[in-house]
Design a protein around this ligand. Structure first.
Ligand SMILES: NC(=O)c1ccc[n+]([C@@H]2O[C@H](COP(=O)([O-])OP(=O)(O)OC[C@H]3O[C@@H](n4cnc5c(N)ncnc54)[C@H](OP(=O)(O)O)[C@@H]3O)[C@@H](O)[C@H]2O)c1
Length: 265
């Protein structure tokens, strides 16, 4: 494939070196997308790339999304390598469980940078690309943004003062992008998982607090993300999509009545 062009849909995935981001990469590779895998640990991203043999091309970018110039660089490199962007998956996340009195200004800033600002910066820098692509296609080209948020954005656990609020901001960024983007073919979703078996979950909760058989497999969340990109969940455009294990649904009964989850495929 010539450098700079591809006919495959191109998806940027931040936090693609593990957990939900890796699962989304595998699901999108299976659908034939070209992938831009982003994270700080290049080695972890290379391991994800090795699981994505059916992708239409893979670019690995070591970048810290808490740093705006690096996010701008990711968007520029994706366009340079593949010539287009069809999906932007803002998945990299930061979660520290701390009560209000121990939530320092530094913790607040780091949490909002990774979970909210990084998504906002990426959307902002990708927007002119989306506008150009839409104009060049005479208004037929559609793209997709997915912010991976959390059920903590609806109902935070104790200790999620910073995390829950930053994820709620990311929900609203998706809603705004869907509204502002309707004229240029942008669809935008907030995918809000409950507890999912990943390194992030286990850094905060042991199996006594959240038994393995009660939490989601990351592949379930990855499928929902890929479904958004592939146009399977367009009725959720601009909204929060809850993804919950059977064990955790009763705790969100009221929210789920208003926002029924997507059935597992
Ligand atoms: N697991 C859960 O129960 C759960 C529930 C609800 C929502 N979520 C959300 O799901 C998303 C994915 O998390 P996960 O559970 O899959 O955890 P994970 O396996 O720890 O993945 C998080 C990824 O984000 C990357 N990352 C973190 N900070 C970064 C930064 N500053 N710049 C670039 N990449 C960064 C990490 O890679 P590097 O360290 O290499 O940078 C890592 O691969 C997060 O947004 C999280 O908040 C998770």
């Amino acid at each position: 494939m010539p450098n700079g062009r591809t006919d495959h849909p191109v998806a940027i995935i931040t936090g693609a070196g593990s957990g939900i981001g890796r699962a989304a990469a595998v699901a999108l590779a299976r659908a034939g997308c070209a992938l831009v895998l982003v994270g700080r640990r290049r080695e972890a991203l290379s391991q994800t790339a090795a699981l994505c043999a059916s992708a239409g091309g893979v670019e690995v970018i070591g970048a810290d999304v808490a740093d705006e110039p690096q996010v701008r660089g990711v968007i520029a490199r994706a366009v340079e390598r593949f010539g287009r962007i069809d999906a932007l998956i803002n998945n990299a996340g930061y979660a520290e469980v701390e009560p209000v009195e121990r939530t320092t200004p530094e913790l607040l800033e780091r949490t909002f940078r990774v979970n909210a600002f990084a998504a906002a910066w990426a959307i902002h820098h990708a927007w002119p690309v989306f506008q150009r692509q839409h104009a060049a296609s005479n208004g037929t080209r559609r793209v997709c943004i997915v912010n991976v948020t959390s059920m903590a954005s609806i109902d935070p656990f104790p200790g999620f003062f910073a995390y829950g609020a930053s994820k709620a901001a990311a929900n609203l960024l998706a809603a705004s992008a869907a509204k502002d983007g309707s004229a240029i073919g942008v669809r935008a979703f907030a995918v809000a998982p409950g507890a999912t078996e990943t390194p992030m979950l286990r850094s905060a909760f042991d199996e006594k607090a959240l038994p393995r058989d009660q939490v989601l497999d990351p592949s379930r969340v990855g499928e929902v993300i890929a479904g958004c990109v592939l146009g399977r969940h367009d009725e959720w455009n601009g909204r929060v999509i809850p993804v919950l294990s059977d064990a955790h649904r009763p705790g969100y009964a009221e929210f789920l009545r208003a926002n029924p989850p997507i059935p597992a495929q």
